[in-house]
Design a protein around this ligand. Structure first.
Ligand code: NAI
Length: 253
């Protein structure tokens, strides 16, 4: 079976990914700030807001991994710098620190969000951010470009564009990177999204589709992208939202 590292596997979507992988015969190591309840083989505590904690976790993990699945993230109700650090800077630091620990043919899957759908409109800004290549340089950039109410969306826009940009960047290492972009998912952070994005907005989406996504709705595509079955899918941002984004972008809904 595949040897997988899953961040955020203590709750919500990450928990569902760990369960799905476990049933498929993969071994799962959970990286989280909290201890998981899912059937994981191993737990390594990490604070993704802290590069030193990430470095320690990477050293503890060792090598020989087939997949790194970056699910951990926090909603926009948390302080802006923390949101940006966990959702983008820490994720990128962990990922790049693990490039050498992943096997040839391995995969990285990032959980972004449809909340970052406006990435194309902010490309000049996002390119500037992505040029700040270290955690510290990225945090400096963020302090110079404060996003008090938009940190969550910007963190997901950055993650989506970073994933796309890596489409050819990992060829020499024999790795692939893709992202899954969920719409609203029934997990413990949904109430925070209702606070930060408006309960009416989320209720409207739920009304259009009949329900929100379950964590398993999101886990299955994630596991596919992490598997060798997806070997020619690279640098792709896959929307998994029941159809909302396409309908909205078409301008007909
Ligand atoms: P959740 O709150 O159930 O799970 C998030 C996990 O990340 C938790 O186990 C938490 O301990 C971990 N985590 C948070 N901060 C951390 C840190 N500093 N270091 C290490 N681990 C940390 O939330 P959910 O819904 O499963 O979210 C997972 C991902 O999905 C997030 O990136 C979120 O932005 C994204 N997402 C969620 C949507 C939703 O409606 N629930 C919609 C679109 C994207």
């Amino acid at each position: 079976g595949l040897r997988c590292v899953v961040t955020g596997a203590a709750s919500g979507i990450g928990h569902a990914v760990a369960e799905h992988l476990g049933k498929a015969g993969a071994s799962v190591t959970c990286l989280d700030r909290n201890e998981p309840t899912a059937p994981v083989e191993r737990f390594v505590r990490v604070d993704l807001a802290d590069p030193a904690s990430i470095d320690a976790a990477v050293a503890e993990l060792g090598t020989g991994w087939d997949a790194l699945i970056n699910v951990a993230g926090i909603p926009g109700t948390a302080p802006a710098e923390l949101v940006f650090s966990v959702n983008f800077l820490g994720l990128r630091h962990l990922t790049e620190s693990m490039f050498e620990s992943l096997n040839t043919g391995g995969a990285i899957v990032n959980v972004s969000s449809t909340a970052g759908f406006q990435w194309a409109e902010r490309l000049p800004l996002l390119r500037e951010l992505l040029a700040a290549e270290s955690f510290e340089a990225g945090l400096d950039w963020f302090r110079r470009n404060p996003q008090d109410t938009n940190a969550y969306n910007l963190s997901k826009e950055a993650l989506t564009v970073y994933t796309m940009a890596m489409g050819t960047g990992l060829v020499e290492l024999g790795l692939r990177m893709n992202a899954v972009l969920p719409g609203p998912v029934d997990t413990p952070i949904l109430p925070d999204f209702e606070d930060s994005m408006g309960k009416d907005t989320l209720d409207g989406l739920k009304f259009l589709l009949g329900r929100h996504a379950s964590p398993e709705d999101i886990a299955a595509p994630i596991v596919f992208l992490a598997s060798p079955e997806a070997r020619w899918v690279n640098g792709h941002a896959m929307v998994v939202d029941g159809g909302i984004t396409g309908a909205v972008l078409s301008g007909l809904v």
